[in-house]
Design a protein around this ligand. Structure first.
Ligand code: ZN
Ligand code: CU
Length: 484
């Protein structure tokens, strides 16, 4: 009988392709899947009877801000406990590499940490730091446009000069040469809002030859969202580069109900170019406190404040009443600060979530002392609440959005499928029990229903908690696939 490290018997395999499940045995050896079949015969070091539980590829969190977390907190329990085996960092225009700071990081780079967290002047240095830290999950990384701007520009309230764009491109190229997945932008933030479309167009040019992607937290998610989408598509079309719209949503009460036209605009672009998006399964967003988003009709919770740390957890409305001032004035006094904005309609979010081009990304903020529950809950919430309970999408479809689709769009080689020869990133879970338990009031709570998680063939998490065996890797860019 041949040997293998782990034999998982009687698993209900959802392979990530979107196909229906099959009852199979799966043999793991080293870091990969050795064989899949019926009644496999192996002398295995570890034998597991899955007893009909679902075995799926480990989930890929395509939208994270785990850039420094994977190094400072390599256990990464917030993600591992959801069945996530790969995180993509560097989203929304902010990344920790390549970065040379002069002083404190600008908003919203401060979401990733204070000045001392930015220690990677080159992308290669960041890759080396991940390899040294050996987190429990794999890491793919984007380069942030805002990070590059801050490296090269004396002030961020203007567009970059030709020389500055050249300098940014050189840094982007170094990152691409060392395996970066692509470029991200955060054009809505004031640190990048003044960048012209031409600046981003020029900067994004080297992505095509590298086969890398452009992801964007768009210039607007409110009134001018369609213009912002078209700007993103233009940048992709003119450079022949795939585009991923980050955390697609219709933000602000005045925009509720517009998901139909937003998705129509997405579909129109999809007919002629490589375009996708990601979404988190909540009707509330979170970021730094932005004065432009203060609206007395929207519930805004303060999650941290540098001048007033004692007010974390209170709503902006309460704080304003206590201070006897308007919410906008209270917001000014709290800055710099973090906030959760209950400014999304559940109906719009659902329509975007179920759309065939939508991947799942948590957008969780690991440095936030009172994080949005998406940090710990996103993936089990899609599977438990939106697939099982509400039947918004089938289980194979939901798994596909978390596995194969992101592996193809971001170019993660041999990930995202349960297939022979692929890396053994796997999650075993109970489809009847899986559910998020993190809430806005109590956000740091692991999900229920996850039985086992393997990363590169190593059992890293069980229903008793982390095994403390960390085997995540840095994932260099592979070949992206155009999914229509
Ligand atoms: Zn964002
Ligand atoms: Cu983000």
């Amino acid at each position: 009988m041949p040997n293998c490290d782990t034999l998982i018997r009687n698993a209900t395999v959802l392979d990530g392709s979107g196909a229906a499940s099959q009852c199979l045995d799966v043999a793991l050896n080293g870091d990969h899947i050795r064989e899949i079949g019926n009644s496999l015969k192996y002398a295995a070091t570890e034998n597991i009877d899955a007893d009909g539980l679902i075995l799926a590829p480990g989930f890929i969190d395509v939208h994270t801000h785990d850039d420094t977390a994977v190094i400072h907190n390599p256990a990464m329990l917030s993600k591992l406990s959801q069945g996530v085996t790969t995180v993509i960092v560097g989203n929304c225009g902010i990344s920790t590499a390549p970065v040379q700071l002069r002083g404190e990081p600008p908003d919203p780079m401060n979401l990733l940490g204070c000045a001392d967290a930015f220690r990677y002047p080159t992308f290669a240095a960041y890759v080396a730091a991940i390899q040294k830290a050996q987190p429990s999950v794999n890491v793919g990384a984007l380069v942030g446009h805002t990070a590059l701007r801050n490296n090269q520009m004396d002030r961020l309230d203007r567009t970059a000069s030709a020389t500055e764009i050249d300098n940014m491109r050189r840094q982007l190229q170094e990152a691409l040469d060392n395996g970066a997945l692509g470029l991200s932008s955060g054009l809505a933030y004031l640190s990048a809002y003044s960048a012209s479309t031409d600046e981003v167009l020029a900067l994004a040019q080297p992505l095509a030859a590298a086969g890398a992607v452009y992801t964007t937290h768009m210039r607007s998610e409110t009134e001018t969202i369609l213009d912002a989408m078209n700007e993103a598509f233009e940048i992709g079309r003119r450079n022949h580069v795939p585009v991923i719209i980050s955390h697609l949503k219709c933000a602000g009460i005045a925009n509720w109900g517009r998901s139909g036209e937003v998705l129509h605009t997405l579909d129109t672009a999809r007919a002629s170019q490589n375009v996708g998006c990601d979404c988190y399964p909540y009707a509330a967003g979170s970021s730094t406190l932005d004065l432009r988003q203060v609206d007395e009709r929207v519930k805004i919770t303060i999650t941290w404040s540098t001048p007033h740390p004692e007010l974390a957890g209170q709503t902006l409305a309460q704080i304003a009443i206590n201070w006897g001032i308007a919410q906008i004035d209270a917001a000014r006094k709290l800055q710099p600060a973090g906030a959760i904005y209950h400014s999304i309609s559940e109906d719009d979010m659902r329509r975007i979530l179920r759309h065939p081009a939508t991947m799942i990304g948590s957008d969780g903020l690991p440095n936030d002392p009172l994080p949005h529950p998406r940090l710990w809950g996103t993936f089990p919430r899609v599977l438990g609440r939106y697939s099982r309970e509400e039947k918004l999408l089938s289980l194979p479809e939901a798994i596909h959005k978390m596995t194969r689709m992101p592996a193809q769009r971001f170019g993660l080689a041999k990930r995202g499928l349960v297939r022979e020869g692929y890396f053994a990133d796997l999650v075993l879970f109970d489809s009847e029990k899986i559910i998020d338990t993190a809430t806005f009031a109590d956000p740091i709570r692991p999900a229920e229903g996850i039985a086992s998680v393997w990363v590169n063939g190593v059992l890293s998490y069980t229903n008793r908690g982390a095994t403390r065996k960390c085997s995540g890797r840095f994932l260099p860019r592979g070949k992206t696939t155009w999914i229509q």
